[in-house]
Design a protein. Structure first.
Ligand SMILES: [Zn+2]
Ligand SMILES: [Zn+2]
Length: 331
């Protein structure tokens, strides 16, 4: 077989380097996937920027993988050669820890995470544990599906944690929010989009996707909200969101990393407001969301980059130059 091409991180806070490697052979329970598209998530940025501890190094980032199974290891019954699959952040779990056996595999004590503790999809090929891959529809463009694999899945888990209230605030109108806003509007909820102050472009996108209001994260919406989800990695948004949710309201932190939360007065938490965080995803979350996304008519806005331009895609995400999601395409 010819070699594969990958964008590799040798150490945090350095640029990814393009490398040729032999194509790996799938082991027991694994599949070899030819990557069609891989989304670039803020978590990739946290890995590259050294904000998450102890990545496997060198590491191939990327955990929003859409591709085709081209080879199977032993004991892979579920996936056929040639089938289109998605590979998410949750790469493997132990199956025996207290979290795994109680239906909370997202909190597994000994997990593997795609593009963090096992190699991911910024590459032409990748290996994955077949049990953590999901069948994906053939009709949709691969690049358009990629953001569903993390922004969609972990966004969905955050959305469920936010509860059933009719009014929902979304802080940070990037890949996750633009997907979740469509689900919320489809379910008849009122969406309030909070962006960086003065980010007219993001506010316009939010209104186009059905948000009833869009403004800066320093602004107060015209009604008190049942819940808010924070996707931006900015701790100062926690007290800001607490100030706009009503009594009993929830503030859900949807990211894996956030800057420190500034001190705030107890009275903005009082009256049974709650702050929650969301970690990772379960396969159940994925099955639910991949079922609901097409029914809700979710479409994604993507910016395509050639695989070799991964550093440019990361920089555009870091600097807030993107609308929607960046997706790498191996040539
Ligand atoms: Zn476990
Ligand atoms: Zn992600």
């Amino acid at each position: 077989m010819p070699d594969m091409t990958a964008m590799v991180l040798d150490r945090p806070r350095s640029s990814l380097v393009l490398r040729e490697r032999p194509i790996p052979t799938p082991g027991h329970g694994e599949v070899l996937i030819a990557v069609s598209a891989c989304g670039v998530c803020r978590t990739d940025l946290h890995v590259v920027d050294g904000e998450l501890s102890d990545p496997k190094l060198p590491i191939i980032p990327g955990h929003e993988i859409v591709g085709r199974v081209i080879e199977k290891g032993n004991d892979v019954a579920a996936l056929a050669i040639g089938s289109r699959v998605g590979v998410p952040w949750l790469g493997a779990t132990c199956g025996i820890c207290p979290y795994c056996v109680s239906g909370r595999e997202n909190l597994c004590d000994r997990p593997l995470f795609t593009g963090y503790t096992r190699d991911g999809g910024f590459a032409t090929h990748t290996l994955a544990d077949a049990r953590y891959c999901f069948a994906l529809p053939e009709a949709t463009d691969a690049a358009a599906l990629a953001p569903l694999l993390c922004a969609g899945l972990i966004g969905w888990r955050s959305y469920r944690m936010a509860g059933q209230g009719a009014s929902l605030g979304l802080y940070g109108f990037g890949a996750a929010a633009h997907i979740l806003a469509q689900v919320a509007v489809w379910q008849g909820r009122r969406v309030y989009a909070f962006t960086r102050a003065g980010d007219e472009a993001a506010q316009t996108v939010a209104r186009r996707l059905g948000a009833v209001w869009a403004g800066g994260s320093d602004e107060h919406p015209p009604e008190a909200l049942d819940a808010a989800i924070i996707f931006a990695p900015v701790g100062a948004l926690v007290p800001a969101a607490l100030r706009v949710v009503k009594k009993g309201g929830r503030v859900v932190c949807g990211g894996i990393h956030m800057s420190d939360i500034p001190q705030f007065p107890y009275h903005i938490l009082w009256e049974e407001r709650q702050i929650l965080s969301v970690a990772n995803l379960t396969r159940q979350d994925a099955h639910e969301f991949l079922d609901i996304a097409p029914r809700a008519g979710v479409t994604t806005q993507v910016s395509r980059y050639p695989l070799a331009h991964a550093n440019e895609a990361l920089a555009d995400l870091r600097e807030g130059r993107l609308q929607g999601a960046a997706v790498l395409i191996p040539s």
